[in-house]
Ligand binder design. Structure first.
Ligand SMILES: NC(=O)c1ccc[n+]([C@@H]2O[C@H](COP(=O)([O-])OP(=O)(O)OC[C@H]3O[C@@H](n4cnc5c(N)ncnc54)[C@H](OP(=O)(O)O)[C@@H]3O)[C@@H](O)[C@H]2O)c1
Length: 276
């Protein structure tokens, strides 16, 4: 297998070590906790979702992920994983569309034979002054940020067995919303707190966990760590900086791994002290 490590322009000949072959993902993995597992990430083409796709692949999981508009980025991510010896599948599926979500879950199971991990990451952020906030944006926020989580979980749970793991990507804005115009977004992320608790009761007896990861400001297209908006947010973090997508992905990797079986129904904040 020929691989191009990030620090070298020359290919190296690798043995049969998959962890080494996935070195391009910029993670030094010595063990592959997720070997044999199949994961589906809703919204995995960019930002936090793409980092989760890469991290789970680097830990040995086979990874399917959805996207809605970034076809080129989705293909690139899929190819980068498969050419490094992993298994990945990009699926175009709008998280506002119930049928598309169910089809994505079933396409994953058809392609890879099982489903062990679901990460509900797809999300949108609409901000507008109260008087201008459009009802269609309100409805879209609820459909993508909340309803899609319920639909995907309902469909995925049909295929999951003991040890299954579901992660919702909420937001620290469920607990603290420091600016105007984001009420519907904060509401959608608060809804995930209750949804996660309730679903934990449905899934717990089957040995499946579900948790809600609440990031603070993280540098992505949705919330770039530069510009006026970032300038007003950075002083609110105890650590004085934006989070990195890899920091969220590593937290998710722990929660979907074998050591996290006693954590469920929890909303876990990772926000550099934004809510402190
Ligand atoms: N960045 C932050 O500061 C922050 C903080 C707290 C929580 N979060 C949450 O973290 C999650 C990811 O945010 P991000 O910052 O990584 O956002 P992002 O950079 O805008 O990326 C969003 C991802 O979700 C996908 N997506 C959006 N709408 C979709 C839809 N209708 N159907 C399918 N996929 C869809 C996008 O696909 P396409 O590429 O095809 O558009 C993309 O892969 C969201 O739930 C967000 O609310 C973010």
């Amino acid at each position: 297998m020929t691989v191009y490590p990030r620090s070298s322009a020359k290919p190296i000949l690798d043995s049969d070590n998959k962890a080494a072959r996935l070195e391009f993902l910029e993670i030094d993995m010595t063990t592959q906790h997720l070997s044999g597992k199949v994961a589906l990430i809703q919204g995995g083409s960019r930002g936090i979702g793409a980092a989760i796709v890469k991290r789970l692949a680097a830990e040995g999981a086979t990874v399917a992920f959805t996207y809605v508009s970034s076809t080129a980025k989705a293909e690139e991510l899929q190819n980068s994983i498969t050419s490094a010896g992993g298994k990945a599948l990009a699926i175009k599926a709008d998280s506002a569309d119930a049928v598309a979500i169910r089809n994505a879950v079933n396409a994953t199971v058809e392609a890879f034979g099982r489903l062990d991990i679901l990460v509900n990451n797809a999300g949108v952020l609409a901000i507008a002054p109260l008087e201008d906030f459009k009802l269609e944006d309100f409805d879209q926020t609820l459909a993508i940020n909340v309803r899609s989580v319920f639909i995907a979980t309902q469909e995925a749970a049909k295929h999951m067995t003991e040890g299954g793991r579901i992660i919702n990507i909420g937001s620290t804005n469920a607990e603290r919303m420091p600016f105007a115009g984001g009420g519907p977004y904060a509401m959608s992320k608060s809804a995930l707190v209750g949804l996660t608790k309730g679903l934990a009761r449905d899934l717990g007896p089957r040995g499946i966990t579900i948790n809600n990861v609440q990031p603070g400001p993280v540098d992505t297209d949705m919330n770039p760590a530069s510009g006026d908006f970032a300038e007003s947010l950075i002083p609110l973090m105890a650590v004085g900086r934006y989070g990195k997508v890899e920091e969220i992905a590593s937290f998710v990797a722990y929660l979907v791994g074998p050591e996290a079986g006693y954590i469920t129904g929890a909303s876990l904040t990772i926000d550099g002290g934004f809510g402190a």
